[in-house]
Design a protein around this ligand. Sequence first.
Ligand code: IMP
Length: 521
Amino acid sequence: MTKPVDPLGLPAEVFFERFRGESLTFDDLCILQPRTIDFGVQEVDLSSRITRNILINSPLVSSPMEDISEYELAIAVALQGFPAVIHYNMTIEEQVEQVRKVKRFENGFVKDPITLGPSDTIAKAVEIRNQTGISTLPIADGGRLVGLLTKNDYSGRKHAEMTVAERMVPLEGLGHQIVRDDELPEEDTARLSRANDLLLESHAGVLLIVNGSGAIESLVTRTDIEKNEAFPDSIKDRHKSLVVGAAVTTSLGETRERAAALVSAGVDFLCIDSSHGNSSHEKAALEYLKAEHPDIDVIYGNVATAGGAIRGIEWGADAIRVGKGVGSICSTSQVSLGTRSQITATYSCARAVREYCSEKGIEPRIPVISDGGYATFSAIGKGLLFADAVMLGSMLAGTDEAPGAIIYDRQGRKLKSYKGMGSLEAVVRGSAARYDVQNFDDYVAEGVVGTVRSKGPVSQWVPQIKTGIRKCLQSLGYRSLEELHQAVFSGEILIERMSEAGKKEAGIHDLVEYRRDLPLD
Ligand code: IMP
């Protein structure tokens, strides 16, 4: 341990011992700067782990909520380096389709692409485009590739009644766009890189890969290459598709079927979504999932105590989600017990998980996700002192890609609706299992329906959040989360409790008026 920079601050372990019996949160903490800053903000590396086996490039995850995590937001955030967890307030088929849309979005090779036959109508191509967003369609006849139809080949209005054969570019016109699979290297990365090179040289928008008998095997598109170049932080699976998770309930009957369908659609991880974790229902669901789908990582929660977190690991969890009664739309603290202020909960769980994993030799360590209550960049920075990732609700609900409805208030400000999964409105539609609802007659809502300020597209808003997190690490002198955690748990970072007067001083004060142009105002 290096020499402490100040005699008054306390290492995390001593600090939380000193406030034993008190539930503290973000604004209660002052974090002292232990190191000299000798690097720029953009040099901070934000990579982390969301579950035991899944690496991410930004230490965030979007919450499985109706007004947040559907495919549009899932794609946008995966391009920014972190995954979304698609919520379960929809049928199994709908949730599977959401996952498919994310997985199809950016493939290196689009395997088994959707095809049409020459006698199909253009109207059918339009229907596929409307439903899936896919407009590049290889045309197959008797298993052989005979042409290609793209959005440049037809007008949905003018050619709807015509056949595909009348509008497609036939095989003879596609020579430079076709390659046989045995002409590409076998190894995955070299194969994709060669295919990309061929495509970039071809002047075309798509390269078609066929097998020895002339059947279409896969394709690579120019748009995908461009997307790759524009989003260097994007997170992908080994097939080069974006990473996405999905929520399942604690109710085993339904979860069996839902999980099986999600896994076959290619979901990367599952999250058992329960507001009151550490329950026998959730244990049964987790044990079932780990036995049936051992290769799929599962997030377990929500817990707020060290004991709850350790039990999750003993039952098979690949990540622990921490947070009870702290979400912005959450009324759980007013209607039940078991809640805890977020910083004490996160520290206590993270420390227990760390100690347990090192004692049992669990490598890599099970990540801890701190979920709920995050409304400023410094709050995220404080959560990440202890957690591996922070789960966001309200901070993403205002983005253009979030599915919540747009509303204008009396001053003409653009807002978006954002409701709790425990609000009556959401529970009726499906999240009953999250709140263990047996009977709607006496249901006590654990969440409210509200609005948040519109934030614009994810591609503009999330980079600000990432810079905010980088600034938090840089302001203490750390270049990565790993370095930060090492310093927190070795006692290098010192903490003090902020007084009520200190909190006032930390806000903007003593001005007659000021322009509210902070990113979160
Ligand atoms: P936020 O980021 O502060 O808006 O909190 C989001 C988190 O609140 C979610 O990830 C859930 O853990 C939690 N949550 C979502 N809906 C409800 C609810 O209706 N009641 C209580 N907690 C909720």
